[in-house]
Design a protein around this ligand. Structure first.
Ligand code: HEC
Length: 141
């Protein structure tokens, strides 16, 4: 083999290797498959806000203003922004989400997870609990 052909072959092998490894390890893909789990210290937190009519109404207001664009009216993850951004927001109506504790949901809403914003500074703690009370009322429908 001529040295030139040799170098050519090496180039092909190197670029093929790069191609395959990038296809195999896509970090964003990796993340979306791992479940988002709240820390064990947060999950047992009790909801201090009673789930009454006024709390649910307050939660609904916040949800329709801040969450509906991604999570959809019925919490099915089909809001208009979800399609635009090409994301899959959690289906809040899903049994798996319903089974999560209020504390776990509170922590998730507080810290967020890209592209979902964190609401720790955007919403008061009471409003975050109100939204959770609203989500629970959606699930009962
Ligand atoms: C920009 C779009 C966007 C907005 C706005 C948004 N979310 Fe999300 N949300 C997401 C995405 C995407 C996920 C999935 C994150 C993941 O698991 O990787 C998510 C996940 C969640 C989860 C976790 C569900 C689970 O798997 O346990 C909860 C709870 C939640 N969102 C509530 C809310 C609430 C309440 C609001 C409004 C205050 C809100 N979100 C606003 C995109 C959004």
């Amino acid at each position: 083999m001529t040295p030139q052909l040799d170098r050519h072959l090496i180039k092909i092998v190197v670029s093929l290797t790069a191609l395959f490894s990038s296809a195999l390890v896509d970090p964003s893909e990796e993340q979306s498959k791992t479940q988002w789990v709240a820390p064990v210290t947060e999950a047992p937190k009790k909801n201090p806000v009673a789930s009454n009519e006024s709390s649910i109404a307050a939660g609904q207001k916040i949800y329709l203003k801040r969450c509906v664009a991604c999570h959809g009216k019925a919490g099915n993850g089909d809001g208009p922004d979800a399609t635009d951004l090409g994301i899959h927001p959690a289906k809040l109506s899903d049994p798996a989400v319903r089974e999560e504790t209020d504390g776990a949901l509170f922590w998730k809403i507080t810290v967020g997870k890209k592209p979902m914003p964190s609401y720790g500074t955007r919403l008061s703690p009471t409003d975050r609990w109100n939204v959770i009370n609203y989500l629970r009322s959606l699930a009962r429908r």
